[in-house]
Design a binder for this molecule. Structure first.
Ligand SMILES: Cc1cc2nc3c(=O)[nH]c(=O)nc-3n(C[C@H](O)[C@H](O)[C@H](O)COP(=O)(O)OP(=O)(O)OC[C@H]3O[C@@H](n4cnc5c(N)ncnc54)[C@H](O)[C@@H]3O)c2cc1C
Length: 411
């Protein structure tokens, strides 16, 4: 976030009165300078929150597979609910601002950024994109204030990448009520949140429809926390079971009438995951660079060795390429030109480059690279989930492949 000038002035102290070293700065090409002053102020506020409130406690929560509920009051004050959405009590702002905020959050903790992405992007985004005016007015204001937390249930135990080809969860209309039956797997925030967006196949027309379900008060709706994850351990993922869950017609998303409408939400969240992956790589790079400046071997900081500098330069190049790509992605959205294939390419590229980057960071730390207290290990494993969720690397490339060849490789 520091400009080139600020970076030159910000230095890392060195022992014995030696010349200070430059502080790690993962914004090498100055992409933060594309934000206006108001946006930059919000992003700085998020950085301060992440560094002062989240960073000190997050490793403990990550190791314990637990969500930091103690931080929710401060999250509410941060006022980032509904970023990128206009009206309905949402924070508003551009999609660029949304992206920078997701990137900033992931720079300290990809789990925290994912929590925001699931609530804001997937849950609120479904209502914002596919909900009726009444549904937006009812649900978005309390969600923007984080009074009601949301999740998004698309993936099933037996249907992951193939969601567009048919869901096994069914919705059957009975008068003014819908009856949902089935299971959802991997659903972020589900074990504790208030509102689930459930995507199910209408048995009457075989089309995917979206439903707003109130988790805690709906009979037949149960959630089991997925245990023993090795990535994004702070996010609580749930396995949802629905047995004759009755949802009123007024809770059916009025604009969610086929998988195409679900895909409109996924386009925007893939957009955001590209930013999150870039933030994850930035966090790993900055931690690795700090380590390289401090860790001594052969009587010198390891950062003075050519092969270590090579690792750092390659990490920074990956980050810079991703930052430039996603900043252009934001411009495309602003110009009304962002396609599914644009978002898919950005998600695939940024997550793949993140994977490469965090692995070089882990390598740079030697043995300490596999210890959670040294930060990089957390980014290293968390990246694995970013790479696969919101549509795997292969599925993103197939979306791009269809756009460039005109030939679909899947349904
Ligand atoms: C931490 C985490 C959080 C998540 N959060 C949510 C959430 O909140 N809500 C939600 O609905 N889902 C969520 N997911 C689910 C996620 O979107 C799926 O894991 C993802 O879409 C892949 O599905 P799958 O795991 O069933 O893998 P599969 O679909 O079984 O894929 C397995 C492998 O086969 C490959 N493959 C499949 N089909 C093809 C093909 N046609 N061509 C080439 N390769 C193919 C895949 O790329 C992959 O490598 C989450 C997942 C994780 C890990």
């Amino acid at each position: 976030m520091a400009t080139a000038t600020e970076t030159a002035l910000t230095t890392t102290k060195r022992p014995n009165g030696r010349k200070p070293l430059p502080a790690p700065n993962s914004d090498f090409y100055g992409v933060y300078e594309t934000l206006n002053a108001d946006e930059l102020a919000i992003v700085k506020q998020v950085r301060t929150f992440m560094e002062t409130k989240v960073a000190p406690v997050i490793t403990k929560y990550w190791v314990e597979d637990a969500f930091p509920f103690e931080l929710l009051p401060a999250v509410k004050e941060l006022n980032v609910g509904g970023l990128g959405m206009q009206g309905y009590g949402c924070r508003g702002g551009s999609l660029a601002l949304l992206g920078f905020v997701q990137m900033e959050a992931a720079r300290v903790d990809p789990s925290f950024s994912t929590f925001l992405g699931v609530h804001n992007g997937l849950a609120m985004g479904s209502i914002y994109i596919d909900g009726s005016e009444e549904q937006k007015q009812k649900w978005l204001p309390p969600m923007a204030r984080f009074e009601k937390i949301g999740c998004f249930g698309l993936t099933e135990p037996l249907v992951g990448s193939g969601a567009s080809g048919g869901l096994l969860t069914t919705a059957k209309r009975e008068g003014d009520t819908w009856v949902l039956n089935g299971e959802k797997r991997w659903i972020g925030n589900a074990p504790w949140c208030d509102v689930s967006i459930i995507w199910a196949r209408d048995v009457a027309d075989n089309q995917v429809k979206g439903f707003i379900v109130e988790n805690k008060t709906t009979p037949g709706f149960s959630v089991e926390k997925i245990q023993n994850k090795i990535a994004l351990k702070v996010v609580q993922n749930g396995h949802i079971t629905m047995k004759d869950v009755r949802v009123p017609e007024e809770n059916r998303l009025k604009g969610g009438n086929s998988f195409r409408d679900t895909a409109k939400v996924l386009k925007m969240t893939r957009y955001a995951v590209a930013w999150m992956a870039t933030g994850c790589a930035m966090g790993a790079y900055e931690a690795a660079l700090t380590y390289a400046q401090e860790r001594m071997q052969f009587g010198k900081p390891i950062g003075s060795f050519q092969l270590v500098q090579d690792l750092l330069a390659k990490m920074l190049a990956n980050i810079t390429a991703s930052q430039c790509l996603i900043t252009r992605q934001a411009q495309l959205h602003k110009e009304g030109k962002l396609t599914d294939a644009h978002a898919a390419l950005a998600k695939a590229f940024a997550t793949a480059k993140c994977r490469e980057t965090v692995s070089w960071g882990r390598e740079l730390l030697g043995g300490n690279g596999i210890v959670a207290d040294y930060k990089v290990a957390r980014f290293f494993t968390d990246c694995e989930a970013l790479y696969s969720y919101e549509g795997t690397y292969q599925m993103q490339n197939l979306i791009v492949g269809k756009a460039i060849t005109g030939l679909g490789a899947f349904v």
